[in-house]
Design a protein around this ligand. Structure first.
Ligand SMILES: [Zn+2]
Length: 64
């Protein structure tokens, strides 16, 4: 099986990252400089935590 590589840190996904199936896979629309291109963004749990903590003004987390 091909290992997924995190687009942000460049590290290979660990098993638990793969279980989470984290990523953004879509075609970009108007408003993006990559308009019309396909986005295949894979993000490991470590980088996702950084995004949530450092980049999100509003937390995307809903605590159970
Ligand atoms: Zn990463």
């Amino acid at each position: 099986m091909k290992r997924i590589i995190c687009n942000i840190c460049g590290k290979k996904f660990k098993a638990f990252d793969e279980q989470g199936e984290l990523g953004l896979h879509t075609r970009l629309g108007y408003g993006s400089v990559h308009d019309g291109d396909k986005l295949n963004l894979d993000i490991c749990l470590h980088c996702l935590d950084n995004v949530i903590i450092h980049l999100c003004k509003i937390s995307p987390i809903e605590e159970e």
